[in-house]
Design a binder for this molecule. Structure first.
Ligand SMILES: [Zn+2]
Length: 402
């Protein structure tokens, strides 16, 4: 480590009060993924805050995303814009830092306010997941920019608006920004309140199977009908047969059907899968193709499919492990004990890892009870994790190849 920036310098460079003030102001803006007004206000507030850093800020339009509605029609879904900051794009060694501005709490959800639980613990929407993490990005970079080493690297910061619904409108942008990067850091809250990082992650896929049958009178000519609900039921049972130890399958919902005296001609089966490895994902995919073929033939229906794996499984390869080791070493220099464990949860780290770039994706604050009205932020972790990230950035700029 260069003498111009050690653990003491990293700690001293962080303004904890400014971080808390920002996080509280940001938490007060509702940014449920569907609240486009709130997201626009949040993006403006972030653009203003990140303007303190060098580089160019851009608000990027969401990629087009469609979903299958209850009638089986493909409909467009609206999303907010994503914030991108590009700093020193010509630098040979470039990093990616990512976070998300959306939360799981819609504008009409009762959980909108903040409340101190004790001197160090603040309860409020998005504080841990992950407006606190965005403050960590900003203040770590601010500290890092004051070091001589900063000139040696460039970086992109991405704050997307749709992570909580699977990053469908930002996935192409994530991939584009990740490609060719030296390393990436994502600022989801730590896996445990003690700061433990998420290590390997499984993947996730969401699918809709739309079944088209033929309607007929239930009493006069049922033999002319092709019952879409029965075919949908066969699909659901077949999906459960495709389930494996390393690939849980969850049929979640069936839409469709008709009046009691009509053979139903449409149904939609919705399901989620959690492949734990690329192999498991591939096995499921080929099983699904065979299942759809069988059901189409046996029930004389047409089945069309929408969706797929949007979060590829994230194994930890040799280079990613080196990045974990580097984070642990920086933690040790700061007196922070950094451990890790694998998890079934998914995040943008999955998408980044799929481009072959090493990533640690829980660099954000310590906290817990996320996605619930009990969500809390351990306030001292704002400065603690910002110092950690500043040191990690400095090491990535000056150290040997990961
Ligand atoms: Zn999150």
């Amino acid at each position: 480590m260069k003498p111009d920036f050690d653990s003491n310098a990293a700690r001293e460079a962080i303004d904890a009060d400014a971080m808390l003030a920002q996080v509280q102001a940001w938490s007060a803006i509702n940014t449920g993924t569907a609240n486009l007004d709130g997201l626009a206000r949040q993006a403006d507030a972030l653009a203003e805050a990140f303007a303190e850093l060098p580089g160019e800020i851009e608000l990027v339009d969401p990629a087009p995303v469609t979903a299958i509605d209850a009638a089986g029609a493909e409909v467009e879904r609206a999303f907010g814009r994503h914030l991108v900051l590009r700093v020193r794009p010509q630098a040979p060694r470039r990093l990616l830092l990512t976070g998300h501005m959306d939360t799981v709490f819609p504008a009409d959800h009762p959980f909108q306010d903040q409340r101190w639980l004790d001197e160090e613990t603040l309860n409020g929407p998005g504080l841990a997941d992950m407006k606190g993490g965005i403050a960590v990005i900003l203040h770590a970079l601010t500290a890092f920019e004051r070091t001589a080493a900063a000139e040696q690297v460039g970086y992109d910061v991405l704050i997307n608006s749709d992570e909580e619904t699977g990053s469908l409108a930002s996935a192409p942008l994530i991939e584009q920004l990740a490609r060719g990067k030296y390393a990436a850091l994502t600022y989801e809250p730590s896996a445990l309140p003690d700061g433990t990082l998420a290590h390997a992650r499984g993947g996730s896929g969401n699918y809709s199977l739309t079944v088209g049958g033929r309607s007929a009178h239930a009493g006069r000519n049922p033999q002319d009908g092709r019952n879409a609900i029965v075919a949908a039921a066969a699909l659901v049972l077949g999906l459960k047969r495709l389930q494996a130890e390393d690939c849980p399958v969850n049929p979640a919902r069936i839409d469709g059907g008709s009046a009691n005296n009509v053979v139903p001609d449409h149904a939609i089966v919705r399901f989620n899968i959690r492949p734990r490895s690329p192999d498991a994902a591939e096995r499921f995919e080929s099983g699904l193709v065979a299942l759809v073929g069988e059901v189409q033939q046996a029930h004389e229906v047409a089945v069309s499919r929408h969706g797929g794996i949007t979060r590829p499984p994230k194994p930890v390869d040799r280079r990613a492990q080196k990045l974990f080791d580097l984070v642990r070493d920086c933690g040790a220099a700061l007196g922070q004990d950094i451990a890790w464990q694998s998890t079934g949860g998914v995040c943008d780290g999955n998408n980044i890892a799929a481009t072959g770039v090493p990533v640690v994706d829980t660099m954000g604050v310590r906290g817990g009870a996320i996605h619930s009205p009990d969500e809390f932020l351990i306030v001292p972790s704002l400065a603690e994790r910002a110092a950690l990230s500043a040191l990690v950035l400095h090491r990535l700029a000056t150290g040997d190849h990961v």
